[in-house]
Design a protein around this ligand. Sequence first.
Ligand code: B16
Ligand code: MG
Length: 213
Amino acid sequence: MKYKAVIFDLDGVICFTDHYHYLAWKQLADKLGVPFDETINDRLRGVSRMESLDIILEKSSISISSEQKLEMAENKNNLYREFLYKMSSKDLTEEVSRTLHSLRDKKCLLAIGSSSKNTPLILERIGLDGFFDAISDGNSIARSKPDPEVFLNAAGILGLSPSDCLVVEDAGAGIEAAIAGGFDSAAIGAAASLGRATYNLNRFDDLLKIVEA
Ligand code: B16
Ligand code: MG
């Protein structure tokens, strides 16, 4: 096996909660009268909740205190979690599920490296609670992607060095975090067109060929 472990980003890789982030942020932006569209939403991929809010407020001229910002982020999160509660194992595709189990059968360790503080809820909803060998998420880090902390923390929990692990990401910030941490990376979705990752995936199960090589 070329890698002893694969560290997966969550939103945009294992499942697709990005549209729920969009709907929740859009509601806040509309309330504030701030322009917000899918292009701005793309900049929020892999970025922490408070940094996402700062990006949305770039187009706002009103002055907002840090207390108000915290309240806004909490309101957005409550709305976002209403969408998450409606998710189920149907939101895990057959392809992702089959690939994860094939990697596990080959004794590859599997970890999550996500910026999201909602990781435990999302994994529980899609039926992957307790599945991964390590979880590093927004609750366990001080600096979000493109800082490599989230992936270094995952590798540390697995007891492996970055060169033993492959990071799978859909966000430019996540690929930069992998590079900064000394990890090889596989880009899927939006990140695959950036030309920064070690590998670009057309399909999720392309991972099997890469890890087995
Ligand atoms: P939360 P990932 C990221 O998840 C999302 O891509 C990003 O849009 C979001 O702001 C961030 O999680 C924080 O999420 O508000 O749930 O803590 O792609 O790193 O799995
Ligand atoms: Mg992502």
